[in-house]
Design a protein around this ligand. Structure first.
Ligand code: BEZ
Length: 390
């Protein structure tokens, strides 16, 4: 009998392994979870226009984790951080790598809506829970809702809609210009606003969607706004794009005559410090402000500022809450299926943003607040004027 050498044996094993792969198909759980440890992936932008949001998400998650001895669900957490980058070209492969190579039991994070949409299928197939701590794509908890994708942040349309009736009343039912980056979140935030605004009697003067991630000069758009005769502007911008837009809006001379309204990402956190005085007076709708007067928020802000020497943001709150829902849902769970079953049983969540709970489609049911940028004792804050919805 001819002897089979090692090389031939290894080649045959590789072929057999590849042939077996489709049979394993969609039903195996790759996640690493034992009785005393759990591997968790943190997928956040560490580069690109949304890098500041990634920093805030990481800080919020670590704040909760460190306050709980590095454990969630009574297990020591091994955290693997991956760079989402600016959009799906980098974010989707990075999210897939967390399942396939790092073998995480759960992943948390994801800022960009398009990236999150691209991750629904891989996470559901692998039966690995994905807790979205920002990306607001409506379909994630709407038309494309699924067993393993949960969200602690918001749906884009809801945030936009929160400001519709208010802005309609402020412009005396006159015309408003709409502007946002040309990708899922921009269209959905503006879409939610427009529906509520028009239902309340508002009229749209025009709309622009500048390319996402590559636009740094907003002058041509500002000139169109000026010529449109609009009485106000409603926009969605976040991260580095928010700073550019707000500064150029003031430099162009529109601020005194055409008030700027937005969803709260426009003036959140380090972005607000970058905008400085140009942001004063801007009114926005959002489900969080550092200025919320509750015991839970006071304790959260104090702990955050003590640790990071910067105020928290809506992004850090969503990540803090992702950690706290996992802490509760993972207790006693050994599989992804058991973790998502635990998420479904949570009920009320006591958060710095106020109490919220998951809807049947895994989205937060929460309040929205009308905020205004004010100079309070030398620092800019998003002061709360009133509740927009509950
Ligand atoms: C999004 O892509 O869904 C998004 C990004 C930044 C802020 C808000 C939403």
């Amino acid at each position: 009998m001819r002897r089979i050498n090692g090389r031939v044996l290894r080649a045959v094993s590789a072929i057999v392994a590849i042939a077996l792969l489709p049979a394993c198909g969609s039903s195996f759980n790759t996640g690493t979870i034992t009785s005393d440890s759990v591997k968790i992936g943190l997928l956040i932008p560490q580069s690109g226009v949304y890098a500041p949001l990634g920093t805030d998400i990481s800080r919020g998650f670590h704040l909760y984790l460190d306050a709980h001895g590095g454990q969630l669900g009574h297990r020591r957490v091994a955290l693997v951080t991956a760079d989402e980058g600016a959009g799906p070209d980098s974010g989707v492969p990075a999210g897939q790598k967390l399942i396939q190579q790092s073998q995480v039991a759960v992943a948390v994070g994801v800022v960009n809506s398009a990236t999150a949409l691209g991750l629904i299928q891989p996470y559901n197939e692998a039966k690995v829970p994905l807790i979205i701590a920002n990306a607001g794509a409506n379909a994630l908890t709407g038309a494309k809702r699924s067993a393993y994708v949960w969200r602690t942040s918001f749906a884009n349309g809801d945030v936009g809609a929160s400001m519709g009736a208010y802005v309609a009343s402020r412009v005396d039912f006159g015309q408003v210009y709409l502007i946002a980056p040309d990708y899922a979140a921009g269209h959905e935030q503006i879409g939610g606003f427009r529906e509520a605004f028009e239902a309340a009697g508002g009229k749209v003067a025009g709309a622009d969607y500048p390319p996402f991630g590559t636009t740094s000069n907003y002058q041509p758009y500002l000139a169109r706004i000026q010529r449109s005769g609009a009485r106000a502007v409603f926009c969605f911008f976040s991260g580095a794009e928010a700073v550019s837009f707000v500064k150029q809006y003031t430099e162009f001379g529109l601020a005194p005559t055409i008030p700027l309204y937005a969803t709260g990402y426009l003036t959140e956190g380090s972005v607000l410090r970058g905008e400085g005085a140009a942001a004063l007076g801007i009114q926005t709708g959002l489900h969080y402000s550092t200025e919320l007067d509750t015991a839970t928020n006071h304790a959260f802000v104090a702990a955050y500022v003590a640790r990071y020497h910067a105020p928290p943001t809506v992004f850090s709150v969503a990540a803090y809450d992702a950690a706290q829902v996992l802490d509760r849902a993972m207790a006693g769970a050994r599989t992804g299926a058991q973790i998502v079953a635990g998420l479904g049983r949570l009920g009320d969540i006591d958060s710095p943003r106020g109490t919220w709970h998951f809807s049947d489609t895994h989205n937060p049911v929460q309040r929205y607040y009308l905020r205004e940028v004010r100079d309070q004792g030398g620092g800019l804050v998003n002061a709360i004027l009133r509740t927009l919805s509950s």
